[in-house]
Write a protein that binds this ligand. Structure first.
Ligand code: FES
Length: 251
């Protein structure tokens, strides 16, 4: 798809607020109206404490109600507002406008079909997540008391429990951009969380799945995923640990 030219919309002047302004350059696409995406620019006022999500709300509520994007919690918990901000995947609710420069480019995350503006179809992402069986597979009959786990065993997979499934990691991965069938980092993080859980008996099953053509061996260790994760999960390290588990399982 070709991205065509700009349109520019400026907030009405209100000298009583005397706020600083920033230009949001947003990649717009409405499949019912446009053959190709195009850029539109909006000049909006902001306070030092405003997050990019606040600026997007300003556009939607004051300048252009047709702008579409996802958000829910607005506090970095639900993971629904991952987008490409100045070329990097971030959560719009976790970055301050003042830290992003006078002109901010905003695009949908890459590698998933765009439904409208900043909204992508997340189903291929969730398909990969479901494929790795992201749930506890216990051994034997249901126990009559809780399954005990030592603090050290719990620590083994603590980092990968933090995932909020925002897809920032998977959609920053060049391998995923070129091959949407690749499971992608987020699915491997979900698998890691259970493979290394001492209470789980499904590790072999998951390792077998990740040993397939579209599994862990396609990772090129670019670290894009670790850099993109808004929760600071060491995603590349988790993938390496899954690879190592596969190798040691063989021998
Ligand atoms: S809106 Fe929920 S993580 Fe940003």
């Amino acid at each position: 798809m070709t991205v065509t030219d700009d349109r520019s919309i400026t907030a009405p002047d209100d000298s009583s607020t005397a706020k600083r302004t920033v230009t949001l350059k947003i990649r717009r696409f409405n499949p019912e109206m446009n053959a190709d995406p195009h850029w539109e620019s909006y000049t909006v006022p902001f306070d030092p404490s405003d997050r990019l999500l606040d600026a997007l709300h300003y556009v939607k509520w004051n300048l252009d109600g047709s702008l579409s994007f996802r958000r829910s919690c607005a506090h970095g918990v639900c993971g629904s507002d991952a987008m490409r901000i100045n070329g990097s995947n971030r959560l719009a609710c976790k970055v301050l406008v003042k830290d992003l420069g006078p002109e901010i480019s905003i695009e949908p995350i890459k590698g998933l079909p765009v439904e409208k503006d900043l909204i992508v179809d997340m189903e291929p992402f969730f398909d990969a997540f479901r494929a790795v069986k992201p749930y506890l597979i216990p051994e034997g009959h249901e126990p009559t008391r809780e399954r005990l786990q030592s603090a050290a065993d719990r620590e083994r997979f603590d980092d990968t429990t933090k995932c909020i499934m925002c897809a920032a990691c998977t959609t920053s991965c060049p391998v995923f951009w070129n091959d949407g069938d690749y499971f992608g980092p987020a699915a491997m993080v979900a698998a890691h969380r259970f493979i290394f859980d001492s209470r789980d008996a499904g590790a072999d099953e998951r390792l077998e799945i990740l040993n397939e053509r579209e599994g862990v061996w396609r990772c090129r260790t670019t670290f894009n995923c670790s850099n993109a994760c808004p929760r600071g999960i060491q995603v590349t390290k988790a993938i390496q640990e899954v690879k190592r588990a596969l190798i040691f399982r063989r021998f």
